[in-house]
Design a protein around this ligand. Structure first.
Ligand code: PMP
Length: 441
């Protein structure tokens, strides 16, 4: 088709949608055409309450004028700047602002365009760091079952999701996975679960098996989001920190979801009182408005690279759009919005209301677990025999029709509303979900 020929506006054929049942979608499209504050507008004009912050990213809600104005302004002033060997002020400012929010041991930020890129960047930095220190045998990477670290080859290798890996060949060699922390005895936990800190000891077994001198890094989500809100048991992350420190293994927290206020602190590392060596972030960094991610690193890691001739590149890695000016402008305006409205601690203020509303769903048909932390929650349903995922997917479809957006993974319904959510909207979200669950066969 030539440039001057326009396909019909309702032609859905060309777009291959990500992580979507494309054929089902195109037969039953669910479209949104606008978003403002806590709501999407569906194609038929209905308002849909955003129970998921888009995909865990619109922490300040939608259509925030300060962010859109900053983007328009920067696009008009400096639409693009070369990312390598040339700088522009906003990238430095944003890095400083992120460091000011990050745990005390964090000192530098490497910008990427997504969470997946942040993860692969962090893994590469870990490998190169050990080489810089003369410990190049440290090449093994450890992740965790049911961990999601994006879709790059590094991310799917340390990730613990079978379907994300099994179609794509061998991925990275030399990866291991700790057990996930989703234990049946923790069902209906309020906040952090009691049982399972011992699962961190599995790391000692891997150290014995491979030798610490061969292990580069452990990456975990402090709270696993995408695989259904799997919470760290009390003491578990602290144990991982002790063991990694003891053996010189870097600890990477993947905070693509938990970063920027989801648990009531800027980063989950602060919520749990554990200082990792690197933090990956994305999503809430720009309120999801412009794609952007980053790897936040300790001074120790960064400084290991800062040697050799002064004119020599220290890290052979980067993206055309690393620190893109328009993305940085979005990031700065987002952080201003968070600061002005106290959003990074709002999840802490609402945590009790959230917990009570969510756990009020206990006892409804098919519900087998409810869990919560900060402004995140999950309602797990018993699967239909022979059709795993179908029950929760039906709930997702009916929820969208009823005017609430929820997220589904397997038979788990995950909720993570924008941090601007009101108490009434929390009641609306859980109230409508309750109605739908009551009507579920
Ligand atoms: N890590 C985590 C913990 C995530 O939740 C996600 C996205 N949900 C990613 C990495 C990948 O981010 P992106 O989709 O921006 O590549």
């Amino acid at each position: 088709m030539a440039l001057d020929q326009k396909p019909a506006p309702n032609d859905l054929s060309a777009y291959w949608m990500p992580f979507t049942a494309n054929r089902f979608f195109k037969a039953n499209p669910r479209m949104v055409v606008a978003a403002q504050d806590m709501h999407y507008t569906a194609a038929d004009g209905r308002q849909v309450l955003d129970g998921t912050s888009g995909m865990w990213c619109s922490n300040a809600g939608h259509g925030r004028p300060r962010i859109t104005a900053a983007i328009a302004d920067m696009a008009g002033r400096l639409d693009y700047a070369p990312a390598f060997q040339i700088g522009h002020p906003s990238a430095f400012e944003l890095a400083n602002r992120v460091i000011a929010l990050a745990p005390d041991n964090m000192a530098h930020v490497f910008f990427t365009n997504s969470g997946s890129e942040a993860v692969d960047t962090a893994l590469k930095i870990a490998l190169a760091y050990h080489r810089m220190k003369g410990e190049g045998t440290r090449s093994r990477l450890i992740g965790r079952e049911r961990g999601y670290h994006g879709v790059g080859f590094g991310g799917i290798s340390v990730g613990g999701i079978v379907n994300n890996r099994r179609f794509f060949g061998n991925a990275l060699a030399g990866t291991d996975h700790l057990a996930h922390t989703h234990l049946p005895e923790n069902a209906y936990s309020k906040g952090q679960p009691e049982h399972g800190a011992h699962l961190a000891d599995e790391l000692e077994r891997l150290v014995t098996l491979h030798g610490a001198e061969n292990i580069a890094a452990l990456i975990v989500e402090p709270m696993a989001g995408s695989t259904g809100v799997l919470l760290p048991p009390k003491g578990y992350l602290q144990k991982l920190r002790e063991i990694t420190r003891k053996h010189g293994i870097l600890l990477i927290f993947d905070e693509v979801i938990t970063g920027f206020g989801r648990l009531g602190t800027a980063f989950a590392a602060q919520y749990f009182g554990v200082e990792p060596d690197m933090i990956t972030c994305a999503k809430g960094l720009t309120n999801g408005v412009i794609p952007m991610g980053g790897v936040i690193v300790s001074a120790e890691i960064h400084d290991a690279f800062m040697k050799g001739p002064e004119h020599a590149i220290e890290l052979f890695h980067g993206y055309t759009y690393s620190g893109n000016p328009v993305a940085c402008a979005a990031g700065l305006a987002t952080l201003d919005t968070y600061a002005e409205e106290g959003l990074l601690t709002r999840a802490a203020d609402l945590a009790d209301v959230w917990q009570n509303a969510l756990h009020g769903l206990q006892g409804l048909p098919h519900v087998i677990d409810i869990r919560n932390l900060g402004l995140v929650g999950a309602v797990e349903l018993a699967p239909i025999e022979g059709a795993p995922g179908k029950r929760a997917f039906d709930v997702f479809l009916r929820a969208f029709d009823a005017g609430i957006l929820v997220r589904v993974t397997g038979d788990i319904i995950a909720l993570s509303p924008p941090l601007i959510v009101s108490k009434e909207q929390i009641e609306e979200l859980t109230g409508k979900l309750a109605e739908i669950l009551k009507a579920t066969d």
